[in-house]
Write a protein that binds this ligand. Structure first.
Ligand SMILES: NC(=O)c1ccc[n+]([C@@H]2O[C@H](COP(=O)([O-])OP(=O)(O)OC[C@H]3O[C@@H](n4cnc5c(N)ncnc54)[C@H](O)[C@@H]3O)[C@@H](O)[C@H]2O)c1
Ligand SMILES: [Zn+2]
Length: 555
C-alpha cells in the first residue's frame, strides 16, 4: 500500500468529492475524481453512459479510471463513485493502493443532502433514489447492502454533524496517524481564500498564502498562523523603501514587537559577511529560538534570511514574504536557503522550511519589467512541465497577465506556486527525482548564467533560452512534438523572453555545464517534454546533439 494515496469512498451524499478536494488542499496533494474522469473520457454524462452502453461498461470505465488514478503518481487524493466499491476488482485496487477512507452519514442526513442537491457526481443513483415512493427506505436498503464493502475501509468518518472542512481535517489526521507522519500543528488557514497550497515537509506543514494586497494584513496573518513573540524583519533597501512602512504599521496594529534590518539590494549581499552582520544584529537584540525572522523581499533576501534562520541558535522561526516574481514562484517555496562563496553561487546553505509564506501579488506592480518577465519564465515552465491548463491560460490571456491584471495574475501565481508546492512535498530533498522536473531549461540556463559571470542573463532569461534548447533537443530525439516546441517559443516571445543567445562563448557555456554536472555528482540528466504539461527525465541525450543545438542557439 502506498503511504501517499488516500482513497475516499462512501454512499451518495456523504461528500466524497468535496471532502476529497479539501483533503488535497490541506495536504498540498493532487485531487482526482474518478467519476469526473470517466465523464471526461467518455465525453458524456454518466447517465448517458449507462443508457447507451450499460452498467457493465460503466463499471469497467470506472475501474480503469481508478487504476489510472492510483498508479499515476503519488500524493493524490482519489474520490470514487459511490458504487465502485461493490465491484470486487475495484475494491481490491482501492484496498491495495492506498489509505481507504469511508465517509458515513445516517440515511436521514443522506436524504436531506440529496434533496438539497449537495452531491452531484452521483447523479446516477440520486435520481432513482429520490423518485421512488419511499426514498428513505430505499436509501436504507441500498446502504445496508453495501455496508460489508464499506466496512473494508481503514478508517470511517461520520459526517453528519461536520462541515466539509472538519471532515477533511479528520481524514488527514487519520492518514497521518496511520502512516506515522509527524503530526503537524492543525492547519490554521484551512478554508481561507488566501490559501493556495500547503507544503508538506518532514519538519511540518507550511501554508502558502497568495492574494492581492496581503502586505497591509501581514500582522493579522502572522497572528492567525499562531506566531507570537518578537519579529525580525529583514529586507533590502529597494524593497524596504517601498514596503517597510506598511509592514511595520500592520505588525504594530497586531501588537507585534518588530525590529528591522535593511541591507543593500543585489546578489552581492547574499554572502557570509552579510550573514555575519545579521547574526551580530540578532545577538544584540537578544533574539531567541522561539522568535521569528521575516524575509521581506526577493530571492536574495529570502535565501540569506533563511540561511540565518536555519543556523542562528540552531534554528529560529522563519516566514517568507516574497515580493519579486522569482521569489514567489520559486525561491520562497521548498526550503532551500543559501549564501554565495567567491568560488560559486549557493555553495553554503541548508534545507530549512519556512513556517508560512505570504505572497502579496500587488507588490509586483513596482518590480522592474525585466525582473517581472524573468519571473514569468518560471511560471510558464510550471505549465510546460506539469499543467497544460496553466499553459493555455498563458496563451489565451497573455495581455491581461502582462498588464498584471489583479484577479487573473493572482490566480495564475497561486496555481503556479501550488505546482511547486506539490513537487516539493513529493520530493523535499531532491532524492526521488520528481523535483528534477523543475530543472527544465536549467541545464543550459545555468551554463549560460555562469559562462557570462551572471552579468548578462537574469536567471529566468537563461532558463527561457535553456527551455528552447531542451525543446529542440527533445524534438530532434523524437520526444517532443513539434507543436509543443512552437507553442513554447510563441509564449516566450510574447513575454519578451529571449529564445536564443547570439554570440555567446560556447566553449565557456559547455565548460560551465560540465562543472554544474560535476557539482550535482550525476551524469547529465535532461528534462524534456513528452507533450504539453508532461515532462520526463532522460539520461540518453547524445553530447553531439547538445553541442549542435547550442551552436544553433548561439548563431
Ligand atoms: N532558494 C531557492 O530555491 C531559490 C530559487 C530561485 C532563486 N533563488 C535565488 O533568488 C535570487 C534571485 O531572486 P530575485 O530575482 O528575487 O532577486 P533579488 O532579491 O535580488 O530581487 C531582484 C531585484 O528586485 C528588487 N525587488 C524585489 N521585489 C521588489 C518589488 N516588489 N518592487 C521593487 N523592487 C523589488 C530587489 O530589491 C532587487 O533589486 C538569487 O540569489 C537566486 O539564487 C533561490
Ligand atoms: Zn529557476
Amino acid at each position: 500500500m502506498s503511504d501517499n494515496i488516500i482513497i475516499i469512498t462512501g454512499f451518495s451524499g456523504t461528500g466524497k468529492s468535496r471532502v476529497g478536494r479539501a483533503v488535497a488542499q490541506l495536504l498540498g496533494w493532487e485531487f482526482v475524481d474518478t467519476d469526473a474522469e470517466v465523464v471526461r473520457r467518455a465525453g458524456k454524462p454518466i447517465s448517458r453512459i449507462f443508457r447507451d452502453e450499460g452498467e457493465d461498461a460503466f463499471r469497467r470505465m470506472e475501474r480503469e479510471a481508478l487504476q489510472q488514478a492510483v498508479s499515476g503518481g503519488q500524493r493524490r487524493v482519489v474520490a470514487t463513485g459511490a458504487g465502485a466499491i461493490m465491484n470486487s476488482v475495484s475494491l481490491d485496487i482501492m484496498d491495495k493502493s492506498g489509505f481507504l477512507v469511508c465517509l458515513e452519514a445516517r440515511p436521514e442526513t443522506i436524504y436531506q443532502r440529496l434533496r438539497q442537491g449537495q452531491e452531484s457526481t452521483d447523479e446516477l443513483e440520486i435520481r432513482p433514489l429520490l423518485q421512488g415512493t419511499d426514498p428513505l427506505t430505499r436509501i436504507r436498503q441500498l446502504k445496508a447492502e453495501r455496508q460489508p464493502a464499506y466496512a473494508q475501509a481503514r478508517w470511517t468518518v461520520h459526517t453528519d454533524a461536520l462541515s466539509v472542512e472538519e471532515v477533511a481535517q479528520e481524514v488527514a489526521r487519520a492518514w497521518r496517524r496511520a502512516s506515522g507522519k509527524v503530526a503537524p500543528t492543525e492547519h490554521p488557514f484551512f478554508g481561507a481564500p488566501e490559501l493556495a497550497a500547503t507544503v508538506e515537509a518532514s519538519s511540518g506543514s507550511c501554508p502558502l498564502l497568495v492574494g492581492w494586497g496581503l502586505l497591509p494584513r501581514l500582522g493579522e496573518l502572522l497572528h492567525h498562523a499562531g506566531i507570537h513573540g518578537p519579529l525580525y524583519v529583514v529586507t533590502d533597501d529597494r524593497v524596504g523603501a517601498r514596503y517597510m512602512r506598511a509592514v511595520q504599521r500592520s505588525l504594530q496594529a497586531a501588537e507585534f514587537e518588530a525590529h528591522s534590518f535593511t541591507f543593500p539590494n543585489g546578489e552581492k549581499s547574499k554572502s557570509l559577511e552579510m550573514a555575519t552582520r545579521l547574526y551580530a544584529w540578532l545577538a544584540h537584540r537578544h533574539a531567541q529560538r522561539g522568535h521569528t525572522l521575516v524575509a521581506l523581499g526577493g530571492g536574495v533576501v529570502g535565501d540569506l534570511t533563511g540561511f540565518v534562520a536555519a543556523t542562528y541558535n540552531r534554528g529560529m522561526g522563519f516566514v517568507q514574504v516574497p515580493t519579486s516574481m522569482a521569489a514567489m514562484m520559486d525561491a520562497s517555496i521548498g526550503g532551500k536557503t543559501a549564501v554565495n562563496l567567491p568560488e560559486a553561487k549557493n555553495l553554503v546553505g541548508a534545507f530549512y522550511q519556512p513556517r508560512l509564506v505570504v505572497a502579496d501579488v500587488a507588490a509586483l506592480k513596482t518590480l522592474p519589467p525585466r525582473e517581472t518577465m524573468e519571473g514569468w519564465a518560471e511560471a510558464i515552465k510550471h505549465g510546460l512541465i506539469l499543467d497544460a491548463g496553466l499553459f493555455r491560460t498563458f496563451e489565451e490571456q497573455a495581455d491581461q497577465l502582462l498588464a498584471l491584471e489583479s484577479e487573473l495574475t493572482t490566480e495564475v501565481i497561486r496555481r503556479s506556486m501550488a505546482i511547486k508546492a506539490r513537487v516539493v512535498s513529493e520530493d523535499e530533498r531532491e532524492t526521488t527525482g520528481y523535483r528534477t522536473l523543475l530543472n527544465y531549461g536549467h541545464t543550459i540556463g545555468h551554463g549560460l548564467e555562469a559562462a557570462t559571470e551572471y552579468g548578462t542573463f537574469l536567471h529566468g532569461e537563461g532558463v527561457s533560452i535553456g527551455m528552447m534548447g531542451a525543446a529542440t533537443i527533445g524534438q530532434r530525439m523524437g520526444v517532443t512534438p513539434k507543436d509543443v516546441v512552437e507553442r513554447q517559443e510563441a509564449i516566450l516571445r510574447k513575454f519578451n523572453l529571449p529564445v536564443a543567445c547570439p554570440g555567446v562563448d560556447l566553449e565557456r557555456v559547455e565548460a560551465a555545464m560540465a562543472l554544474d554536472k560535476k557539482a550535482e555528482g550525476a551524469s547529465m540528466r535532461w528534462v524534456l517534454l513528452e507533450g504539453m504539461g508532461r515532462a520526463v527525465v532522460r539520461g540518453d541525450v547524445p553530447q553531439e546533439l547538445v553541442r549542435q543545438v547550442l551552436r544553433e542557439l548561439a548563431e
